[in-house]
Design a protein around this ligand. Structure first.
Ligand code: U5P
Length: 226
């Protein structure tokens, strides 16, 4: 299989060494089983910190996005160095560079590409370019809920849903300003739909279960494109 793994910036914010060890072991197992893997890292609180300071000082949205992109590349380099025996040692900065590095057969790890989108769009573009079997969004919740689980105790996890349902759920939190994206930005959803990319949302604390979740044997959400 060809897999794209998008690691939420929150993974980096937690600074949990066990999570990093588990990620490294999972990636080694996936590669040893003969699958190909690309990883996209989010910008997390480092991106938000720089964007917040810049915004308060009147920096424009394009420049704020660039700050976010560089923060996501910093996270991408952390993963690159942690996985140096498997990974391509340069973080690609656009889709052409990514495609070129992918030919190396190594795990290619990337952050942001260009302003106006989030790293979820990068993950969707990369998935499209390599015809990935699955795009896996590893975040700090177990999957997609019918309501925001942070504010609704009765929120239910949806094990299967389509992009139409997802768009309705995300409607309340959608924004295109730097640093404000939640899970998937509108452009990422458009790309997922136009190329019918299958998306899995799962908790990064259960990364060792990726293959089980893909096969519907463990907790997570599978999003079918409409
Ligand atoms: N960003 C971009 N383009 C990209 C990736 C990220 O402009 O291709 C910026 C956005 O401002 C985004 C921030 O909110 O970097 C951090 O990425 P993310 O963690 O929100 O995905």
């Amino acid at each position: 299989m060809k897999l794209v793994l998008k690691i939420s910036g929150k993974f980096f914010d937690e600074e949990n060494i066990e999570n990093f060890i588990s990620l490294r072991n999972t990636i080694k197992n996936i590669v040893n089983e003969g699958h190909r893997l690309a990883i996209v890292s989010g910008g997390g609180s480092t991106a938000r910190k720089y964007i917040k300071i810049g915004r308060e000082l009147g920096v424009n949205e394009a420049h704020l996005d660039l700050l976010g992109i560089w923060a996501s590349r910093l996270n991408a380099y952390l993963l690159t160095f942690i996985l140096s025996d498997l990974s391509y040692m340069k973080v690609p900065e656009n889709l052409e560079e990514f495609i070129e590095k992918w030919e190396s057969e190594k795990v290619v790890i990337t952050g942001g590409f260009q302003p106006g989108q989030s790293t979820a769009t990068v993950a969707a573009l990369v998935s499209e370019a390599i015809a990935a079997d699955y795009l896996i969004l590893a975040t700090n919740v177990d999957g997609v809920y019918d309501k925001d689980p942070r504010y609704n105790k009765d929120a239910k996890l949806l094990s299967k849903l389509n992009t139409e349902t997802l768009k309705k759920i995300l409607e309340t939190s959608q924004s295109v300003k730097a640093g404000t994206y939640e899970l998937l930005d509108p452009l990422a959803i458009k790309i997922i739909e136009r190329s019918k990319i299958k998306v899995i949302v799962m908790n990064y604390k259960r990364l060792n279960k990726i293959l089980d979740i893909i096969h519907g044997k463990d907790i997570g959400s599978i999003i079918e494109p409409m």
